[in-house]
Design a protein around this ligand. Structure first.
Ligand code: ADE
Length: 261
């Protein structure tokens, strides 16, 4: 997979070179590059923003530097050698991190992990002139996405969160793929609580079931804990889960267990 980020702050993305994502880059499972938007603002002062048409507070990002930068990134990728086993590119996915987008979930992450080329357009100020996104529909699969109901200063931090969630699902990036199956959101539920040794720590015990060696009982305990935790912490997810499995919230109330969550 190839990921590009177009931004006024390329340094924000440096931490991606650490940890498992950095290793994936070293192994060429992932190619990541930033593009500095201001390089595509060709007026004397390299301005990328202007006042909003119709009035109002703040500044809006000008369309032309964005169009030039996005064309540059798209052409650079079409010219690049496909990685081994990769067929020729489909339309790149243009992700616009914005609080006005659809909320990004694990389902988006799984869907985007199968893409050939993602481009993150990281806006600042009050946002990017909307005509850029109409224009981009011709050559990109445009996806406005939010990481939650709060407002950040720009798209960079949201892009980093999405990049981490997406790239850890690329085969080979996370060492043990089983850990992806069991974790929160993979099944539509929150993950059950986890413990390690010692069995007693500062007077607190690991739940006895987990020490029983009975794999079926342990699996049932974990499922019950996941259901209880999800119902308590995220009733919205719980309702969706039970709806999809049994046709109603009461049907999933199958936990008669001890409540260690
Ligand atoms: N840019 C500013 N706030 C954001 C958010 N909540 N999600 C994605 N991008 C953003």
């Amino acid at each position: 997979m190839r990921i590009d980020a177009v931004t006024l702050f390329p340094d924000y993305f440096e931490p991606l070179r650490l940890s498992l994502i950095g290793k994936a880059m070293e192994q060429d499972l992932l190619r990541f590059e930033t593009t500095f938007l201001r390089d595509f603002a060709w007026d004397k002062h390299h301005r990328v923003d202007d006042t909003p048409v119709g009035g109002g507070a703040g500044m809006v990002m000008k369309p032309e530097p964005w169009a030039q930068a996005l064309d540059h990134v798209r052409r650079r990728h079409s010219a690049a050698e496909p990685a081994s086993g990769e067929s020729r590119p489909t339309r790149p996915v243009l992700i616009l991190p914005t609080p006005a987008g659809e909320v990004f979930t694990q389902r988006h992450a799984a869907d985007l992990a199968a893409a050939d080329h993602l481009i993150f357009a990281c806006g600042r100020y009050e946002g990017i002139d909307h005509r850029v996104f109409d224009w981009a529909e011709d050559d990109f699969d445009v996806r406005p996405l939010s990481i939650g109901d709060y407002v950040l200063n720009g798209g960079e931090v949201a892009a980093i969160a999405m990049i981490e969630a997406i790239t850890r699902l690329i085969p080979g990036v996370v060492g043990n793929p089983d850990s992806l199956v069991e974790e929160s959101h993979a099944s539509g539920l929150l993950e059950y609580p986890v413990y390690t040794k010692p069995a007693t720590w500062r007077g607190r015990e690991v739940p006895a079931t987990l020490l029983s060696g009975d794999h079926a009982r342990i699996a049932q305990w974990r499922q019950d804990q996941s259901l209880q935790r999800t119902r308590r912490v995220r009733p919205d997810l719980y309702a969706r889960y039970t709806q999809s499995r049994h046709g109603g919230p009461d049907a999933a109330d199958e936990s008669g267990s001890t409540g260690h969550a």
